[in-house]
Design a protein around this ligand. Structure first.
Ligand code: ATP
Ligand code: MG
Length: 444
């Protein structure tokens, strides 16, 4: 395994003082999978004060010291060095009562969640893999270390971590681990909303999210109760060939792996069961479902303590996901002016994901959506005038013939409409003379 030079040096400095030190957890897993590792966590037999002493020549951040973590600023990067630990009893389903330090690596690895996360490595000592994590990486299996029932009852966040690793890495969850996930799913409510949402965001961006949503729909329903109505829901519509949850999972899968788009697809039809009507031919319709779904999404995201910017962005996409669009320059210009390029682009992405999760005929609409997207990109690149601020005149220019009043805003808005429409040039003389006309004509 390759580890960066500064990390090797930290391990060597600790070993030189008589302590054991290893890289552990995610970076070992990722490196065995030949994925880029993002951060290297070090575990050591040195107690926090001993680690501090070894690195007394470095800047040290002490925030995690109670839990055994000393953060060392070494050669420009922050590295977390944590003393081997054994967790005490868990009483609240999330946090151990106490954390005891240990001199043994095996204790530290035993408290970790999954075999694939329980491997230690040092370039001086090699791999230590008592739970056969490397084998499970090769087999692509997420398996609890120890008794799954006990591990999930200790900390229910591990349930979502298991689903997240399955969705991101494409691993299967081992049978006993899976059974324990289902039997402990209701414990998730004891986990803080912030932590749940942090995992959910990573989970939905996984390349293999579709099967996780379908296989663990009951776990999703614990986090998002509104989703349970989608499970097994027959849509009774000629555009669809799967249940509402299957359609949703396919749509999430088809969306670009950006969190706002993935969440929008997860919620886009969540209000459908509330607005079903059946026509005389027995065909079902869901008029107004986008607006209702947006409202429900807003409630869910507030409950999950989502930040406002992301919540608003997701809800707008949900609200507008079934608006009609066309690859027409004038139409697109108006949309860009009204909604901004980013939102319009997101709506098109959502529509494509939605259509690719319906009957094959619906997929035929995708080329038109792509054409619309290309045109929107082109128009946006030309930096057209799409807001009052980018008009070649402003209120000051119009003051000569329009007294300060509400009329001023009205005239500017009309000028913008006409420029966006393409019937008026964004040029000062033309705008001034048209402004005069509008003002006089309308007797504003
Ligand atoms: P990534 O950084 O990609 O999210 P990771 O496995 O490094 O993956 P972290 O949250 O950084 O995840 O945790 C580091 C290590 O700590 C994990 O690999 C695992 O060994 C252990 N760990 C983290 N959370 C838990 C938990 N809730 N229960 C048991 N062990 C955990
Ligand atoms: Mg990590």
């Amino acid at each position: 395994m390759q580890i960066p030079q500064p990390i090797k040096e930290i391990i060597e400095l600790l070993e030189k003082e008589g302590y054991e030190a290893y890289v552990v957890g995610g970076c070992v897993r990722d490196s065995i999978m030949r994925l880029p590792a993002h951060d290297y966590d070090i575990a050591t037999s040195a107690l926090p004060l001993e680690t501090k002493r070894v690195f007394s020549f470095c800047r040290i951040i002490e925030t995690g010291i109670k839990h055994g973590t000393v953060t060392v600023l070494y050669k420009g990067s922050c590295v977390e060095i944590t003393t081997f630990r054994v967790d005490g009893d868990y009483t609240d389903g999330r946090h151990p009562q106490s954390v005891d330090f240990s001199a043994k690596l095996i204790d530290d690895l035993s408290r970790r969640d999954f075999t694939v996360n329980g491997i230690a490595y040092s370039h001086l000592r090699g791999f230590y893999d008592p739970f056969y994590g490397a084998r499970d990486i090769t087999l692509k299996i997420i398996r609890c270390i120890g008794d799954p029932e006990k591990r999930f009852s200790e900390d229910a966040l591990r349930i979502l971590r298991a689903l997240r690793f399955a969705a991101v890495l494409g691993f299967e969850i081992e049978e006993k681990t899976k059974a324990a996930i289902f039997s402990h799913k209701s414990d998730i409510k004891r986990v803080s909303k912030e932590r749940i949402f942090a995992e959910l965001k990573r989970l939905v961006c996984g390349e293999y999210v579709k099967n996780v949503i379908l296989e663990f729909s009951e776990v999703f329903a614990e986090i998002i109760p509104e989703l349970s109505a989608e499970i097994g829901y027959e849509q009774g519509s000629k555009y669809h060939n799967s249940t509402l949850l299957e359609h949703t999972a396919r749509a999430v899968d088809a969306a670009p792996r950006e969190v706002h788009l993935r969440l929008a697809m997860l919620f886009h039809d969540i209000g459908k069961p509330l607005c079903r009507t059946v026509d005389e031919n027995g065909e079902c319709h869901y008029y107004g479902h986008a607006a209702i779904s947006a409202k429900i999404s807003d409630g869910i995201l507030r409950e999950l303590k989502c930040d406002n910017a992301l919540r608003e962005r997701v809800c707008e996409i949900v609200r507008l996901h079934d608006m009609p669009t066309e690859p027409d320059e004038k139409f697109i210009r108006k949309q860009l002016s009204k909604r901004g390029y980013e939102l319009f682009r997101d709506i098109l992405y959502a529509k494509m994901a939605d259509d690719s999760a319906k009957i094959p005929e619906a997929e035929e609409r995708i080329p038109l959506l792509l054409k619309t997207l290309k045109l929107a990109e082109k128009i946006n690149d030309e930096q057209p005038c799409l807001s009052v601020r980018s008009l070649a005149v402003n209120g000051n220019d119009l003051k000569a013939f329009i007294p300060p009043s509400a009329a001023m805003g009205g005239v500017l808005a009309r000028l913008l409409d006409e420029v966006v429409e393409g019937t008026l040039e964004n040029e000062k003389t033309a705008l001034l003379s048209r402004a005069r006309e509008i003002y006089n004509e309308n007797d504003l």
